[in-house]
Design a protein around this ligand. Structure first.
Ligand code: HEC
Length: 105
């Protein structure tokens, strides 16, 4: 399998785990860890608990909606200059990892 296919499979599996369709194996843990690592770039603005200074809370979201919203910022479909700049630095896999991490906070 090419690494690209492995990545695709990882994303799909992670989605299924997050949706509760698979019991959470090591795969979900790995995404969570990556998400926790990447979240340092978000928590300067987004608090892990509640909203702050007008910046919305991003915890406890559905993984799929989270990823969709991040893609919308990256593609400029959602209009916020700050978030568009942030989103452009991340891949879909990163979004997935961030989604898993923040969904569990
Ligand atoms: C410089 C400050 C800043 C940083 C850093 C930042 N955000 Fe944001 N984020 C915002 C602001 C401000 C909004 C509200 C924008 C809007 O109204 O669309 C927002 C909105 C969002 C939303 C949509 C919230 C909603 O209720 O619709 C998500 C999801 C989100 N950010 C995720 C992230 C993630 C993930 C990261 C880290 C990779 C991140 N943000 C980093 C400031 C930031």
């Amino acid at each position: 399998m090419s690494s690209r296919r492995i990545r695709t499979v990882t994303v799909i599996l992670a989605g299924l785990c997050a949706a509760g369709l698979l019991s959470p194996p090591a795969m979900a843990d790995e995404l969570y860890d990556l998400g926790e690592y990447l979240s340092g770039d978000c928590t300067a603005c987004h608090q892990l608990q509640g909203e702050s200074k007008g910046i919305p809370s991003i915890t406890g979201w559905h993984v799929e909606s989270f990823v969709t919203v991040m893609q919308a910022y990256r593609q400029g479909e959602r209009n916020d200059t700050l978030m568009q700049m942030v989103a452009k630095r991340f891949s879909d896999e990163d979004f997935q990892a961030l989604a898993v991490f923040f969904s569990k906070q």
